[in-house]
Ligand binder design. Structure first.
Ligand SMILES: C[S@@+](CC[C@H](N)C(=O)[O-])C[C@H]1O[C@@H](n2cnc3c(N)ncnc32)[C@H](O)[C@@H]1O
Length: 560
């Protein structure tokens, strides 16, 4: 797997996901701590960087280790800087595995050959200045001139040399000898995408001296060609748009809010995340705090505080910096209690519902009855939380719908205002009516205020988050209502946590949804299959579904 040139944000999504799930990481020099930190705390991390002078035996050791760990039944990530197949010996390692019948996959990475010049503002094939680029090892400049075709290289517009710091003088001289002008611009970029990135710019005639004077050390990449001239403008105008206002970078990539909801609403992580939310831990991590500081301020045991902070780091909601633990952007937006976008209350509510053991016990003993008496203040809290979660999801649900020419839209359930806004942005002339039947408990769906006269019909009906609050049988009534009010050919969209059909969401999501529904007492679980049967019986066809936030599903159907 390629780790890219250094910064964790330059990993591929696939690499980050596999790192999070693997059992063993075998890594080289030049892999940032923050990348390794993505692996789960229990993953075995094995450093296999090459000590100088022991290359071949070390390579054998690495290859044997990979085979041994794989045969123990472990999922092994072999992590390499940049791209694994660009001067990284990834090809040899893959060959070794292939010969021994160990199944493997190769995940590409952002190669420093192109990322290092880019970071310094050099576009290696800038139109008009270069139409060819070659990536060359600088390692062999002294010892084996025959393997590198210098004559051919002199005819290529842009040359990128890796592993060339100690040979930069020989590289420059040899290129000049083979016909490159001594005035050809050249740049050496050290540690691109690391904190101590440094670039020196000169010409073939001067670059070796400049590299020495600046004390450039590996890893560094040499670029030779006219394209280096363009760098001034690009380097000056380029910004890291992700930097925080205080100039610091983000160390670890934030998980998608989706992931956060998934973690919060069920299974693994629920307990620790719920605890941290309940204790408003995120409110304190707006700036870096050590475990010792947190423990002292709260009267906690220091080792225990460390465990909690490490668990939250492993969940990917906070980050560990040299100064201490602090919120990732995600936690700052959604988990701190003072933030305007805070989902704290809703997530906490979800965590509590998911852990309702006693209600589940009552359910399995007494069967499905409307036995849970929800106290009025808890009901109000529940409404607020469903509303917050639906508000969060509405823009992306609306984004997935095609309402062009559909006629008036009716939104039933949570997130009505947010749906109005999101739909209004795309189709400003579409009339949208929103009503939430759960504000008027006890009134049958068809008699709810806000629906308008029974003769009003709609081009689209969106049912949002009904499963969380509807009682047994009520979902069916809402489907019937939608069928009656939709015009022929109209669109029905349902966004909810339906149990899977076809594609399986993670098991903790399924279990969490089950737990919540039983806890709320009464509503039978709605699987996709059951929903499909109900919709077909009501004359709907073209029934489709896609997974959305946090294991929720968007189902659409048309009325024939
Ligand atoms: C053994 S090669 C591996 C290349 C790697 N597989 C890739 O695709 O980037 C190591 C060389 O890559 C270059 N390199 C790696 N990381 C770099 C970085 N962050 N900045 C500049 N050059 C880098 C240096 O030339 C270094 O000597």
């Amino acid at each position: 797997m390629g780790a890219g040139p250094g910064h964790p944000e330059l990993l591929t999504l696939k690499a980050a996901e596999l790192l999070r799930t693997c059992d063993v990481v075998v890594y080289d020099r030049l892999i940032q701590e923050e990348i390794l930190a993505l692996a789960k705390p229990s993953a075995e991390r094995i450093y296999m960087g090459k000590p100088v002078g022991r290359h071949e035996s070390r390579q054998e050791e690495v290859q044997e280790l990979l085979v041994r760990k794989a045969r123990e039944g472990k999922m092994v990530v072999r992590l390499k800087g940049g791209d694994p197949f660009v001067f990284g010996r990834g090809g040899e390692e893959a060959e070794y595995l292939a010969e021994r019948g160990v199944p493997f996959e190769v995940i590409p990475g952002v190669t420093s050959a192109f990322a290092a010049p880019l970071s310094a503002g050099i576009a290696v094939t800038h139109r008009g200045a270069a139409s060819s680029v070659a990536v060359v090892t600088g390692h062999e400049a002294k010892k084996d001139h025959h393997r590198v075709n210098w004559k051919a290289l002199a005819g290529i517009d842009t040359l990128v040399f890796l592993m060339g710091v100690s040979n930069v003088d020989t590289i420059a001289e040899t290129l000049i000898r083979h016909g490159k002008s001594p005035e050809t611009p050249a740049a050496m970029i050290q540690m691109a995408f690391w904190h101590d990135e440094l670039a020196v710019i000169g010409t073939l005639a001067t670059i070796a001296r400049q590299v020495k004077e600046a004390g450039i050390r590996p890893p560094a990449t040499l670029v030779v060609g006219e394209v280096v001239r363009m760098r001034d403008k690009l380097a000056r105008a380029q910004r890291d748009l992700w930097r925080r206002p205080d100039g610091s970078g983000r160390f670890a990539p934030a998980p998608a809010p989706d992931e956060l909801l998934r973690l919060a609403s069920a299974g693994l992580g629920t307990q620790v995340l719920g605890f941290a939310l309940e204790r408003r831990l995120f409110d304190e991590l707006g700036r870096p705090r050590t475990a010792a500081e947190i423990a002292a301020a709260r009267g906690w045991d220091e080792a225990a505080a460390l465990e909690v902070l490490e668990a939250l780091t492993a969940l990917g909601v906070i980050e560990k910096t040299p100064e201490g633990y602090r919120n990732l952007e995600l936690a700052a937006r959604y988990l701190e209690s003072g933030s305007p976008e805070s989902l704290r209350e809703a997530l906490l509510h979800q965590c509590r519902l998911a852990a309702g053991w006693s209600q589940l016990e009552a359910y399995v003993r007494s069967g499905c009855r409307d036995f849970v008496e929800v106290p009025p203040d808890e009901e109000a809290l529940h409404q607020r939380c469903c509303e917050a979660l639906a508000r969060f999801a509405a823009p992306s649900v609306a984004d997935k719908l095609d309402l062009a020419g559909s006629g008036p839209v009716l939104v039933v359930g949570y997130g009505g205002e947010e749906y109005k806004e999101a739909i209004g942005r795309r189709w400003p002339r579409l009339a949208v009516t929103a009503m939430n039947p759960f504000r008027n408990p006890g009134v049958p769906p068809a008699l709810q205020p806000g629906l308008g006269p029974a003769t009003d019909s709609f081009g689209a009906v969106i049912l949002s988050g009904l499963l969380g609050s509807a009682n047994r049988g009520e979902v069916q009534q809402f489907l019937e209502l939608a069928a009656r009010r939709l015009r022929p050919g109209g669109l029905l969209a349902l966004h909810d946590s339906f149990l899977p059909g076809g594609v399986l969401p993670p098991p903790e999501v399924v279990l969490g949804a089950l737990g919540r529904r039983m806890r709320r007492g009464g509503c039978r679980t709605w699987s996709i299959d059951r929903l499909r049967g109900a919709l077909e019986a009501l004359g709907f066809d073209r029934i489709e579904w896609q997974n959305l936030h946090a294991g929720t599903v968007l189902v659409t159907a048309r009325r024939a």
